[in-house]
Design a binder for this molecule. Structure first.
Ligand code: GDP
Ligand code: MN
Length: 382
């Protein structure tokens, strides 16, 4: 999960990292008032979860409150790489004399977090890595020991940071490390960390990526999720605790168990078809969850046939069947549905579905073939 710049900077600030004075605005009027509070010159920054906002015109300086209002009006009307700008951050403008990059991410090969810094800040770190890799200074952090002072000092020396900034840089590097650690982040980045004309060190930009699998430990952070960046089907799936990934094919799949879902997708491909999604309803899913899953699949316009592959262990086939009936009553699908139900209460499940005009299958191979053929028939009929 990505955090917005203002959210990341607020977290950074709690860890002792200096950030510019500023606040978030959702209207041009608010932007103007914030500019008055801040004393005039501000920078108006679109809050959208894509890179390169600056180049897209989503970050602009404003010389006074009136200018701030006009600039905010324009930026709030923008769409950047398909995402609407709903908020702008109004920050005190900084006069920059140097831009530095400072970030932490996981180095999977080293099995440790790594802190990276570069004197070529402001530019994307991937770009620096490509063109001038020698400008990136790295220090691996032992998760048990944490970031050591000598490591922060080595980095400061490596990026030619003037000595007068070392103490604060150490505080910033440590703050970034602890923010990264405490939030279960996979990336914490300041780009640029600037030295201002009056010799202050400030984080002008902030970016954090959080590990989705750790969000259950951070209900406060989970709340910060911006739903604009996600497909509606994925939001709906998360609400019901379904593992759902949309794919490019035309056979909608509903399966219980990730391994079984993989197998189902493989077998569909083996018979020349393409799955439209990966969907694992999980073990012991009740009828409401099944109905939600079915609705998600059926609202995808690419889906030309549906394959239900349920192995009833803890999950009861009759529960699944009931969920399917609920969904069918609501969505009224026009596509053929192939169902393979085996295991606990399978007989009862099949009986419930017998009137629903579904194509039944005995084995997984049989089911996959029937689904692939159903798609061919649908396509030939058009
Ligand atoms: P990004 O393009 O999404 O990474 O957004 P940033 O917040 O990093 O801003 C991009 C660039 O805009 C920075 O590298 C700076 O050069 C410039 N910028 C951002 N804030 C200020 C500011 O307060 N004053 C000045 N002069 N430039 C700024
Ligand atoms: Mn940036």
């Amino acid at each position: 999960m990505k955090l917005h710049e203002y959210q990341s900077k607020q977290i950074f600030s709690r860890y002792g990292i200096p950030i510019p004075n500023g606040r978030i605005a959702t209207t041009a009027d608010e932007a103007r008032n914030i500019a008055i509070e801040l004393g005039g010159r501000v920078v108006i920054k679109s809050q959208v979860l894509v890179g390169g906002r600056g180049k897209a015109g989503g970050i602009r300086l404003a010389k006074d409150p009136h200018d701030a209002e006009e600039t905010a009006t324009q930026i709030l009307a923008m769409e950047i790489k398909g995402l609407p700008v709903r908020k702008v951050l109004v920050d005190e403008a900084a006069i920059i004399s140097k831009e530095i990059y400072l970030g932490i991410t996981n180095d999977r090969a080293a099995r440790k977090p790594v802190m990276m810094a570069s004197s070529a800040g402001g530019v994307e770190i991937e770009e620096v890595a490509r063109t001038t890799p020698e400008k990136i200074i790295k220090a691996h952090i032992d998760p048990l020991l944490g970031l050591k002072d000598y490591q922060a000092r080595d980095i400061a020396i490596g990026i030619d940071l003037p000595k007068q900034h070392w103490k604060l840089f150490n505080q910033i590097a440590n703050g970034l490390w602890h923010a990264y650690l405490d939030c279960d982040a996979t990336l914490a980045e300041i780009n640029p960390l600037v030295i201002t004309e009056d010799n202050r060190l400030i984080a002008l930009d902030g970016k954090m990526l959080l590990d989705d699998n750790a969000l259950f430990r951070h209900p406060d952070l989970a709340e910060l999720r911006d739903l604009d960046v996600e497909a509606p089907a994925e939001i709906e799936a998360r609400k019901y605790g379904l593992s759902f990934i949309k794919l490019d094919g035309d056979i909608g799949c509903m399966v219980n168990g990730a391994g079984l879902a993989m197998t189902t997708m493989d077998i569909i491909k083996l018979f020349g078809g393409e799955p439209a999604n990966f969907l694992d309803i999980g073990g012991g899913a009740g009828s409401d969850k099944v109905a939600a899953a079915m609705k998600i699949i059926l609202t995808d316009a690419n889906v030309k046939a549906v394959l239900l592959n349920i192995f009833g262990g803890i999950t009861r086939c009759d529960e699944v069947a009931r969920g399917i009936l609920v969904a069918l009553a609501e969505v009224k699908p026009k596509v053929p549905m192939v169902v393979r139900l085996v295991g606990t209460n399978a007989e009862e499940g099949r009986k419930l579905l017998s009137d629903a005009k579904m194509i039944t299958a005995d084995t997984l191979a049989d089911a996959a073939q029937k689904a692939v053929n159903a798609v061919k028939t649908v396509k030939a009929g058009r």
